[in-house]
Write a protein that binds this ligand. Structure first.
Ligand code: MG
Length: 279
């Protein structure tokens, strides 16, 4: 596919050269749409059948594990704890909008987006959670959205007929971003049989504020939980995976972030690339 892109770029450059006597300038790689990481990830989420297939796969697995968990006795009412963003609601339109302005996340623009209650639903999420509800399992939405977003969040969930979309089951962020204390509150009254999320912090405190290397190591050590008690949905647009790479530092400039992200990317030595292939 990349070869086709290179061919197209070459052809466009040749056509432009025919129409003008001006020198042809090679487009900067950073000006390419496909090099705009956030926009590219949002495009994948919105248009790739593969994204949808991964979501259906996750929720099909969740259903199988739910059925298995229901066979075990439980002394307390059973519950599923789920994240909201990129787990049951799809905010790719927000990322697309922000990347169009060459901006990332800001509190103000995010608040404007969520106030619209216009996020799409993640494929398979509603059907799975409705099934869980039909089997007598409660659903708690533990999210890092904040109190001012409560009303519109419930509207958005209700718009897609998600079960338990009410004040009691929507647990917003109060002070800390870690979800551990909120999970523990739910566990006082319910047997949490499954957790759903797109971010490792949605599953266990052991992932909170860990380095990128640690996160990978811990996932490896807990690999048996994934696809069983932990069900993960895909999100290439944002998450602690990228916060970890910049050491959770929110004060970096965009140039500093770019530098850190580039440093985190593995490639292979440039001297091994034939010169004729270097653009
Ligand atoms: Mg999320």
């Amino acid at each position: 596919m990349m070869m086709r892109y290179f061919s197209c770029i070459t052809l466009l450059a040749a056509l432009a050269a025919c129409r003008t006597t001006q020198p042809v300038t090679t487009p900067s790689p950073t000006a390419s749409f496909s090099h705009n990481g956030a926009a590219w990830a949002a495009l994948w989420q919105q248009r790739a059948g593969e994204y949808r297939a991964l979501c259906f796969q996750a929720y099909k697995l969740a259903r199988l594990q739910l059925d298995a968990a229901l066979r075990d006795p439980s002394s307390k009412p059973r519950a599923i704890v789920t994240d909201i963003d990129e787990t049951v609601l799809d905010n790719s339109a927000y990322t697309a909008m922000q990347s169009g302005f060459h901006n990332g996340y800001t509190k103000e623009t995010w608040a404007d987006w969520t106030s619209r209650a216009d996020a799409d639903s993640v494929p398979g999420a509603r059907a799975f959670l409705q099934y869980a509800a039909s089997r007598g399992v409660a659903v708690f939405y533990i999210t890092n959205r904040v109190e001012t977003e409560r009303k519109a969040t419930l509207q958005n969930l209700d718009r897609w007929s998600f079960p338990f979309a009410d004040d009691e089951h929507l647990i917003l962020r109060k002070d800390v971003s870690s979800k551990e204390t909120r999970r523990m509150e739910v566990a006082k009254t319910h047997n949490i049989i499954m957790l759903l999320g797109d971010n490792l912090g949605d599953f266990a405190a052991v992932f909170d504020e860990r380095s990128a290397d640690d996160r990978q190591r811990i996932v490896d050590s807990l690999h048996g939980a994934f696809g069983e008690r932990f069900i993960v949905t895909p999100n290439a647009m944002y998450g602690d995976w990228e916060s970890a790479l910049r050491a959770y530092n929110n004060k970096l400039t965009q140039a500093q972030k770019d530098s850190v992200f580039k440093a985190g990317l593995r490639d292979y030595p440039k001297e091994k690339v034939p010169k004729k292939l270097v653009m």
